[in-house]
Design a protein around this ligand. Structure first.
Ligand code: HEM
Length: 178
């Protein structure tokens, strides 16, 4: 997993709680690198699972809730660092339509080893979309947070439902703009 995801996660803990809290989480996660991340490095996904696991214990929130909150926060970080990849987008559904074929493609050019999920548009109207998400990491709550934060970025709000499909590691988001 790309370092910017880890550095953003730690930034979130520092900002939303405190730098001491972030240090405690890192220490309790007993990471080989002691939580020394650079934005352009790559680190095992297992380290993110450990960090989230510690946070579950400390906060009493579920991993899914925490991943959602982190997704919401992460969009701001990614948008700040890579605002240019959003330059050609005008609204949330158009952005999601081009996530797989454009935005994450640009990301892959910048970070060739990025391990990106796959998205497929199943249907689309002016105000609705059915979007299929595939990732062995099954980070659908992270995607939900990213989508809701993206909606805010485009000054709109979404109604969403998430369903797991019979295909392994695959989920469907039914999205409508309200
Ligand atoms: C500013 C726009 C965006 C940028 C620059 C961006 C970039 C990235 C990057 C760098 C990663 C990490 C890859 C790795 O760990 O190797 C990532 C992962 C991910 N992105 Fe995006 N992303 C953007 C928007 C979105 C949006 C709106 C969604 C929501 C559907 C999304 C869904 C995901 C998910 C779920 C992952 C986690 C990897 C996984 O599921 O296996 N991204 N993205």
């Amino acid at each position: 997993m790309l370092g910017i995801v880890f550095t953003s996660f730690i930034d979130m803990l520092e900002e939303k709680v405190s730098p001491d809290f972030a240090d405690d989480v890192i220490m309790e996660a007993e990471l080989e690198n002691d939580g020394a991340y650079t934005a352009v490095g790559y680190y095992p996904f297992e380290q993110m699972e450990r960090l989230v696991g510690v946070l579950v214990e400390k906060t009493g929130k579920s991993a899914n809730e925490l991943l959602y909150d982190f997704g919401y926060y992460l969009f701001g970080k990614l948008g700040a660092v890579h605002g240019d990849v959003l330059a050609n987008t005008t609204d949330i559904l158009q952005m999601l339509e081009h996530l797989d074929s454009d935005i994450h493609v640009q990301v892959k050019k910048l970070y060739p080893d990025a391990d990106l999920p796959r998205f497929k548009v199943l249907s689309r109207t002016d105000t609705t979309m059915r979007l299929q998400y595939y990732s062995e990491r099954e980070l659908y709550p992270l995607a939900e947070g990213l989508m809701d934060a993206a909606a805010e970025y485009y000054n709109c709000q979404l109604e969403r439902e998430t369903h797991q499909l019979d295909i392994p590691h695959t989920y469907e988001f039914s999205i409508s703009i309200v």
